[in-house]
Design a protein around this ligand. Structure first.
Ligand code: ADP
Length: 360
């Protein structure tokens, strides 16, 4: 849909901002451009709406070289959202959102009706339309920025670090909101961020750039984390990528063992022989009752007589990811996650260590 063919941008001072970039961005998906500061992400983004012209190479949109399209016409089909929302301070929120429809010659009434619709779409209450931007929180201003970019219902949305200036909690909310919006709107979104977490959270596809404007890897988030192309990408996606990758592994794919699973009627002497530091005690229907610590078992009797520790949240084999399994393991006294079938029966356990080290 958006295609870069051997695109380079050299600035007059001699900086190569983008170096021989070839890339094809899918229609209707979120492509994230990520990398450390100064690696050419913004320059790449701005070459899509011709705010920056390439020194060489071709950018095309739906098969058409964008140099052949008159810039104002091109931009009508491309929404643009920037870091501080870039709202007009002396216009109300509603008028800010109505900017593009008005520029397109819509009547005031129609433009305002569209703005009110967009306000609702981005999750803001109708009465905030009468306010001025500085009367809104940073997160709300960003929502207005998104609404304004959607004014003329452009098929393409460019977003340059749109959520970087707000605190992490609001940022998380805005990310969730964008994912929700995108499910409804199916825009072709190009999203710039320096934050790999954000990239993995939002991107259907991720382009990792390195300094010098070189594309280091272009892949799905899953593959990026599993198979970084080189040391630079590996370093950038972080040491803890093994943990983040778990979000993409299904609960049903977690390697399980059943060593510590024992029915409540098991005699303590037999339970000790299992050689496990912790034992998961099950009721008659194999539902977990709780953990018994082997070292604290009484001299005789069965596991039914033992005081148990709560077995923790467990994880669902069907609905959860391996990431939920890791959380469950870390919250359990035994450091073991209990895998649960849909009927609540225990199927096996997985250890935190195997999950972070061995999961594929
Ligand atoms: P990023 O978005 O990854 O932080 P940019 O695309 O903004 O990177 O910048 C890439 C490189 O190009 C940087 O070295 C930057 O200093 C340089 N650069 C960006 N814009 C200009 C400009 N207008 N004139 C000269 N150099 C620029």
């Amino acid at each position: 849909m958006i295609r870069f063919d051997a695109v380079s941008k050299k600035y007059p001072g001699g900086t190569t901002a983008v170096d021989e970039l070839s890339l094809e961005l899918a229609e209707g998906g979120i492509t994230v451009l990520v990398g450390p500061s100064g690696c050419g992400k913004t320059t790449t983004l701005r070459m899509i709406n011709r705010m920056v012209e390439p020194t060489s190479g071709t950018v095309s949109l739906r098969g058409r070289d964008i140099r052949e399209v008159h810039a104002p016409e091109l931009r009508r089909g491309i929404g643009y959202v920037i870091q501080h929302a870039g709202l007009f301070p002396h216009r109300t929120v509603l008028d800010n959102i109505a900017t593009v429809p008005l520029l397109l010659g819509w009547s005031r009434r129609k433009a305002r009706a569209r703005a009110a619709e967009l306000l609702e779409l981005v999750g803001l209450p109708a009465e905030s339309g009468k306010r001025y931007p500085n009367q809104l929180s940073g997160g709300q201003q960003q929502r207005v920025g998104v609404a304004r970019a959607l004014g003329a219902d452009p098929p393409v949305l460019l977003m340059d670090e749109p959520f970087s200036a707000v605190d992490p909690i609001v940022r998380g909310e805005l990310q969730t909101e964008l994912v929700r919006l995108q499910k409804e709107l199916h825009k072709t979104i190009v999203f710039v961020t320096h934050d790999i977490e954000e990239a993995v959270r939002l991107g259907d596809t991720i382009a990792v750039f390195r300094t010098g404007g070189v594309l280091a890897q272009f892949d799905s988030p899953e593959r990026l984390l599993a198979e970084p192309a080189d040391d630079f990408v590996a370093g950038f996606v972080g040491q803890d990528r093994g943990i983040r990758r778990l979000s993409f592994v299904k609960g049903s794919e977690v390697p399980l063992r059943d060593g510590p699973l024992l029915p409540a009627e098991t005699p303590v002497s037999v339970a000790r022989a299992a050689g496990e530091p912790w034992l998961l005690v099950l009721d008659g229907e194999r539902r977990p009752l709780g953990w018994a610590e082997t070292g604290a078992l009484p001299a005789g009797g069965t596991l039914a007589d033992v005081e148990l520790k709560p077995f923790g949240p467990g994880f669902s084999l069907l609905g959860d990811s391996a990431r939920a399994a890791l959380d469950a393991a870390l919250l359990s006294p035994a450091r073991l996650a209990v895998a649960l079938d849909t009927d609540g029966t225990a199927v096996g356990v997985a250890g935190a260590q195997e999950l972070t080290g061995g999961a594929r």
